[in-house]
Design a binder for this molecule. Sequence first.
Ligand SMILES: Cc1cc2nc3c(=O)[nH]c(=O)nc-3n(C[C@H](O)[C@H](O)[C@H](O)COP(=O)(O)O)c2cc1C
Length: 214
Amino acid sequence: MCIICSINMKVLLVNGSPHKEGCTYIALSEVAKTLDSCGIETEIFHIGNAPVAGCIGCGQCKQKGTCFRDDVVNAFAAKTATADAFVFGSPVHFASATGSITAFMDRVFMLPSAQMAYKPAASVVSCRRGGATASFDQLNKYFTIRCMPVISSNYWNMVHGSCAADVAKDEEGLQTMRVLGRNMAWILKCIEAGRQNGINRPEPEQKIYTNYIR
Ligand SMILES: Cc1cc2nc3c(=O)[nH]c(=O)nc-3n(C[C@H](O)[C@H](O)[C@H](O)COP(=O)(O)O)c2cc1C
């Protein structure tokens, strides 16, 4: 519990790596430890190693609320209502986020049942050497189409290494994660302080969809 707001807040961190306790996990754990030290509860959600299918654009989730494929995507979506903020982590695979986290996020961000709008979010990436900023940009695009305030750090959120032990030695990367955690805790407390003083989420407008020709 946050001693300033006396309220329970929770951040859900997603590990999109096939390695449950690899490089991405070390980065997410550093964010989580920092949030914990600020009185904010955390949970690291591993998307696992089972293949994650991509979105087939069937639109069934618009009617049902959940995805017709009852897998890790629906399991994650069920946790979003009680989360106040999110961190999505991915290793870099060929200068992009992994196929699994991309498929996962494509489907999560289509779901009406995923309660994420207006909640702060951040992405973190881990790579051996190259492709980190491209992957970081890719992940941030999900938040910026869903009215989610993006939390930053004192560098782009990346760590470097081929294994967890390498990342444990990446002092700058780990500092980036700690600063990110503190910044996220600060924004969460500001949002809560605002809410307690009558500053609520903006009223959404009915979304306008055009395809540029009509
Ligand atoms: C299929 C595959 C592709 C990869 N592509 C890149 C890459 O483009 N750039 C890079 O720096 N590292 C690349 N790597 C290495 C991982 O991104 C890196 O070791 C990462 O920190 C592993 O994180 P993890 O332990 O959480 O899976 C690749 C690894 C795999 C398995």
